[in-house]
Design a protein around this ligand. Structure first.
Ligand code: AMP
Length: 498
């Protein structure tokens, strides 16, 4: 019952690769000019709402954006990640300029052949244009946190480059070196200033406003699987507002953030009714029809009910017809007559052995509860994932943690018990009590392990711009599981139900 789609007649010129972190491999979805146009429209819409609350002018953006390689499919179509298809379009740059959000790095950095080199140069460009930077952004917030974690490692080298006006030898790509040589001039005053600022910070709190004093806000997708990074992002951002971006996917955009002042934890997204045809399968209906093995009946855009959860179904102008995106959203209210959605989670279950059912949200809550125990010792969980281990009898949950320091055996044992107790799903608790599910296992992995997983996905053609850490590593993720297991330094078994 939304408006009819404006056009489905535009040819499919390109294929997009979805990030594929859930299933272990990217999916090919059709892309055409119409999808590009709707991308620009949703950027403009969100910007209009955002700029009313947080105006920026004559601005540049420190955008941690990266393009993946484009290649040809067997049928001769160009293929690349959706973000790459967007960045490569000449209109993208013009739109971003009009939105005062032009990336301060040259194209050669965005399209560089190596992510690590591009990241280093994004940071360098940000510092060179530090006064002009009005916002710090990325597609998904993970890239911003990752960038500033990297800054902590390389800041002295960045300062040397600025002082001497010579790019570090770590950047080897000739295209990037050439482009950077045009920007980099010896500037000892700037180098000294940055050194002073970095030395003056306590544990890097408020790093972003210190480095980029005219920043008005931080911008990127911050809900769903990005929520675990908010704590660290707030630490770097100090008092700056965190504004979550749009809601969409390689399969097409869905909704814009029209309440940019809300913190990401309570953010909602208003569906743009003209950019796709959206239907909603009530979750209650889904459970019943799964049980009865019949097709679920979706409801239309204006028929959704406030407070209800739905799986979203997309028909888009590039030819996807009634495509189940695999996301669960909750209707929080209406903006005029279009629903405002809260992103709840991916719809698939992560952890299930018998009658237990735990989603990525349940895992997130359990990890948050247990992470509070180490926070007292000034330690943080850098990243995490999970696995169902059925090689033991009975099977059990395994949680992998990377933490940024040394925690005592006793404390980690407590964390393990806390994780086990935090899965409150009745199926899990009852199975644990009678040992149909064995004790939960916490495996602590070496620092840098999740970086190796990111590198693995990049090797498969994924783009950092769309990267999401897989929250459960199943049989389709053989290599990731291998990386995790090779890097385990300690493991603990829960005694919470003994
Ligand atoms: P991709 O496969 O790379 O196209 O990523 C699309 C997926 O990212 C969506 O199906 C969602 O699960 C997730 N996503 C996109 N935007 C948001 C958002 N604003 N909040 C939470 N999750 C999002």
């Amino acid at each position: 019952m939304g408006m009819p789609l404006r056009s489905s007649g535009k040819p499919i010129t390109t294929m997009s690769l979805s990030s594929g972190t859930t299933q272990g491999k990217p999916k090919y979805v059709p892309w055409n000019d119409e999808l590009f146009e709707t991308t620009m429209q949703i950027y403009q819409t969100s910007f209009a709402f955002r700029n009313r609350e947080f105006p920026i002018k004559n601005g540049k953006a420190l955008s941690f954006i990266y393009s993946s390689k484009q290649f040809k499919t067997k049928g001769g179509l160009a293929a690349g990640t959706a973000t790459t298809n967007v960045y490569r379009n000449a209109q993208y740059k013009r739109t971003m300029k009009a939105l005062q959000s032009q990336c301060c790095s040259p194209d050669e950095v965005i399209f560089g052949p190596d992510f690590h080199q591009s990241l280093y140069c994004h940071l360098l460009c940000g510092l060179i244009f530090r006064e002009e930077v009005q916002l710090v952004s990325s597609t998904f917030a993970h890239s911003i946190v990752h960038a500033f974690r990297t800054f902590e490692q390389v800041w002295e080298e960045l300062c040397t480059d600025i002082r001497e006006g010579v790019l570090s030898s770590r950047v080897t790509a000739p295209s990037i070196r050439m482009a950077m040589s045009k920007l980099l001039k010896p500037n000892p005053e700037l180098a000294n200033l940055i050194v002073k600022k970095c030395m003056g910070l306590s544990n890097w709190y408020g790093l972003i406003p210190e480095l980029f004093p005219n920043t008005k806000y931080i911008h990127g997708i911050m809900t769903g699987s990005m929520e675990p990074y908010l704590k660290k992002l707030r630490h770097y951002a100090g008092e700056l507002p965190l504004v979550t971006a749009e809601y969409g996917s390689s399969e097409g955009w869905i909704a814009a953030n029209v309440n940019p002042k809300l913190p990401p934890e309570s953010a909602t997204y208003a569906v743009l009714p003209h950019i796709g045809y959206f239907e909603f399968i009530p979750l209650t209906e889904l459970e019943q029809t799964n049980f009865l093995c019949v097709d679920p009946q979706p409801v239309g855009l204006t028929e959704v009910k406030v407070g209800e959860e739905y799986e979203i179904v997309v028909t888009n102008p590039a030819g996807l017809y009634r495509y189940r995106l695999g996301d669960v959203v909750k209707v929080m209210g209406f903006h005029n007559s279009t629903p405002e959605l809260k992103f709840v989670r991916r719809s698939s279950l992560l952890l299930t052995i018998n009658i237990d059912k735990n989603t990525e949200k349940d895992l997130q809550l359990a990890v948050e509860a247990a992470a509070k125990l180490v926070a007292g010792d000034k330690l943080e969980v850098v990243d995490y994932t999970s696995h169902v281990d059925v090689s033991t009898d009975p099977g059990h949950y395994v949680i992998f943690w990377e933490i940024n320091g040394e925690a005592s055996e006793e404390l980690l044992g407590e964390c393990c018990n806390c994780l086990d107790k935090s899965f409150v799903d009745a199926g899990y608790v009852s199975s644990r009590k009678v040992n149909w599910i064995g004790p939960l296992e916490l495996r602590v992995v070496r620092g840098g392990t999740f970086q190796k997983i990111l590198d693995h996905f990049l090797g498969l053609g994924a783009a950092v711009s769309q990267y999401k850490t897989p929250r459960c590593v199943g049989p389709t993720h053989g290599k990731v599981l291998q990386i995790l297991n090779e890097n385990v330094v300690k493991s603990y078994l829960s005694t919470a139900f003994n």
